[in-house]
Design a protein around this ligand. Structure first.
Ligand SMILES: NC(=O)c1ccc[n+]([C@@H]2O[C@H](COP(=O)([O-])OP(=O)(O)OC[C@H]3O[C@@H](n4cnc5c(N)ncnc54)[C@H](OP(=O)(O)O)[C@@H]3O)[C@@H](O)[C@H]2O)c1
Length: 268
């Protein structure tokens, strides 16, 4: 499809050519389920913002570069409503060199953008909606009333209802894969959205930048808030894939551990 800005993007119903590098995409052809990455910067006490949400950007330039590098490997970038309307977030690919990198990888020049908003409370005036470089897809539920849906439909390219009370993320991901050709999806928080993906066992790879700061504060968001799990057996498990120190920051990459393959772990 052609976005409102006229920029070409794969659009609904069209799968992208299978010739491009897989970059860790899930195998499969019919309504493929995207490979899901989560990328977060966190303090040494696991916070992603201060308790008043005033500070949420605290990583180095290198961390920012890491975020843009990762965006240059995916079809779509996703974030929750509070992340989108709490800052000048655009979820875009950034400077021209990253867009050239995308094209060399046979990705669309501009990634799709996905916003998750159960009740449709995301602000239609948020910066992300002012930047028209690529389609914006909103995932929501029937909890969003008619008026909110109408307002969101006016600013988004598609508004998908994926459940009555809660978003069925498996269904949502199948829609992104089958309808929009998303094979790699990068989730950039916040903590509530991440938690739902972790609990559903949908995160394939976790990228964490550990920053040498402590925010503290019981109300400060962490990389996974929301409901969480109540049993060790239900915890999302990962194995460390790589670790790199740059300055005082650690760049960690974890692979999801399949729950069936965690022998010897005590169960509570
Ligand atoms: N350090 C970092 O790397 C980083 C990254 C991202 C964000 N942040 C910061 O983290 C803070 C935001 O985090 P947060 O946890 O408060 O918010 P969030 O996850 O970004 O957004 C929460 C909102 O998103 C929607 N949502 C989240 N999970 C959902 C689910 N499972 N189903 C349906 N809708 C869902 C809901 O919208 P409705 O209310 O509309 O239902 C919910 O109120 C901000 O301060 C942001 O700047 C930091």
């Amino acid at each position: 499809m052609s976005s409102k800005s006229g920029i070409q993007n794969p659009g609904p119903g069209r799968s992208r050519a299978r010739t491009r590098p897989t970059l860790g995409a899930r195998p499969g052809s019919l309504a493929p389920h995207p490979f899901v990455l989560v990328n977060m910067a966190m303090t040494a006490d696991g916070k992603i913002a201060t308790a008043n949400r005033a500070v949420s950007s605290f990583g180095s330039r290198r961390d920012r570069g890491n975020l843009l590098d990762l965006r240059a490997t995916v079809d779509a970038v996703m974030a929750g409503a509070r992340t989108v309307d709490s800052a000048t977030v655009t979820l875009g690919p950034g400077p021209a060199r990253y867009r050239r990198l995308r094209l060399r990888r046979h990705l669309a020049e501009y990634n799709l953008r996905v916003i998750v908003s159960r009740s449709g409370s995301v602000d239609p005036k948020a910066e992300v909606f002012r930047r028209r470089f690529s389609p914006i897809l909103v995932l929501t539920t029937r909890r969003a009333g008619k008026l909110k849906l109408k307002k969101l439909r006016a600013v988004a390219n598609a508004v998908k209802i994926c459940g009555t009370q809660e978003i069925d993320f498996r269904r949502a991901l199948r829609w992104l894969g089958g309808h929009w050709g998303v094979r790699r999806l990068l989730c950039e928080g916040g903590g509530e959205l991440n938690d739902a993906l972790f609990r559903a066992g949908l995160v394939d790879e976790l990228h964490l930048t550990l920053c040498p700061k402590i925010f503290g504060g019981r109300a400060a968001p962490t990389i996974a808030d929301g409901r969480g799990v109540l049993k060790l057996a239900d915890a999302a498990g990962f194995t460390l894939k790589s670790m790199k120190r740059v300055g005082d920051e650690l760049f960690l990459v974890f692979d999801a551990r399949k729950r069936a393959s965690t022998p010897g772990r005590p169960r509570n």
